[in-house]
Design a protein around this ligand. Sequence first.
Ligand SMILES: Cc1cc2nc3c(=O)[nH]c(=O)nc-3n(C[C@H](O)[C@H](O)[C@H](O)COP(=O)(O)OP(=O)(O)OC[C@H]3O[C@@H](n4cnc5c(N)ncnc54)[C@H](O)[C@@H]3O)c2cc1C
Length: 511
Amino acid sequence: MKTKVVIVGGGTAGWLTAGIIAAKHCASPALLATTEVVLVESPDVKNLGVGEGTWPTMRDTLRQIGLSERQFLTCCDASFKQASKFVGWQNGGQDHYYHPFTVPVGYGAVNMAQHWSAANYPDSFESWVCAQGAACDQNLSPKLPQHPEYAFSLNYGYHLNAGKFVELLHQHCVEKLGVTYIQGHVDQVLPANNGDIAAIKLANGMQVAGDLFIDCSGFAALLIGQHYQVPFMSQRHVLFNDTALAIQVEHVDNNAPIASCTVATAQSSGWIWDIALPHRRGIGHVFSRDFCSIDDAEQALQAYITNDPLLSQNKVEPRVIKFDPGHRQTFWQNNCVAIGVSAGFVEPLEATALVLVEKSAEWIAQQLPRDCQSMAVLAKRFNQLTSQRWLEIIDFLKLHYVLTQRSDSDYWHAHQQTQSIPESLQEALTLWRTQPPGLYESNQRFELFSSASKQYVLYGMGFRSDVSREQFGLQSQQAMVKRLLNEKQHNIEKLLNALPTNREFLTRLNQ
Ligand SMILES: Cc1cc2nc3c(=O)[nH]c(=O)nc-3n(C[C@H](O)[C@H](O)[C@H](O)COP(=O)(O)OP(=O)(O)OC[C@H]3O[C@@H](n4cnc5c(N)ncnc54)[C@H](O)[C@@H]3O)c2cc1C
């Protein structure tokens, strides 16, 4: 018997999910006999069209669904993302730190955060243990022109044009992976006797039946929210931001540098993201309406643009996107699973949305339920795993705020109040005072944030761990640490000499 997967929604979540499942289950005529993937998209509801920063996981996803990197980079006006750079989060001035995608030297063999602390915090933690910040300072590409597709000198994800990405995924899924596309507005859900969804009914009367329904309908949450009424768990008391002003700004000239990182600059009641693509920059202000009016947020955004000589000064009206930060209580109900914004959304501080889509779709593709009994077991496991991931995301995003020394607004004060900090994060902070995050940190096989990520943010924000009681234990590793630091220094010099800039790499690719 054939399993029919019906995806509702054709935004990035819908097409990535379709691609990941179809690549595993439909990519040959023999497989097509066992699984069918159908994607239904409303002609009347636009997709979000934002979401331009990805994790390195996207390289695997693209490779797995059979897209060439050259095609992706050129069709989606994409560039490379090697890090997030946080400006003004500690003191509100020009202070900054990097959260790079490359782990510290010796990661897995030695905990460099212990040695950095024992050495009395020389340099910034990131520059002490990693070469990537130095490459970002010079807008360098993470790879050489002769590198094979998806290979690198420095680990990377992408910055991309979200609209063009959806178009490319759509075309690829339909033409190469056998996904059936139906354009139609879902206006009714037809239930089966056991509470499952039997079919969805479109505005033109057509019914689409299925075995598994994937809700990728964005903020509408058509199936998981409107049909199943699964409660939404707001996280506004932890992560206050609830509004984004998004704008696209031209480079002042075609040869303007393309930054290697997403720049997140703290503001008095939120932060501004800045993502550079070859032809333009995507810039936006994420803030909390409890602390700042939309007009004031827009003024801050315009000031950011005015102060940057590399940006065109043609006035563009920003798009206003309001959201309630949070997620569903459960994500898989009966034969319906929510992926993407329908499952939840919090501020895009570490670009966690698309990676969660990739990981959720991958999990489902690996364990596609073939009958009702296995569906129930998988639903339970998926809900446990995804709840855990949301807790992890919320703790990690909050970590960016709680260590600030900013005192210039109620917003930053409120972020430091104990009652706004999840207990799990408070516990972790207590532990980290004497034990830097390490590999023991988590027993989750599916964790999103490695201890390296926690170290970069923690020490970037000025946190200090007191490792004085570990001094003797650390001495035995000192020769290895010295060698690793020398290697890192040598690596920086080599990379800075060899790597082209992003602009050079992408211009050459387009030729
Ligand atoms: C300001 C902002 C910045 C962001 N930045 C990032 C980032 O840097 N990195 C990152 O990973 N993520 C980011 N995100 C999140 C990212 O944009 C989303 O995760 C991504 O776009 C996926 O959205 P979606 O597909 O779930 O929903 P949508 O794009 O809203 O798609 C919903 C789909 O459902 C369809 N639909 C709705 N109703 C019906 C109906 N009745 N019948 C049929 N179809 C229907 C629509 O037509 C549409 O195709 C950001 C989000 C915001 C708001």
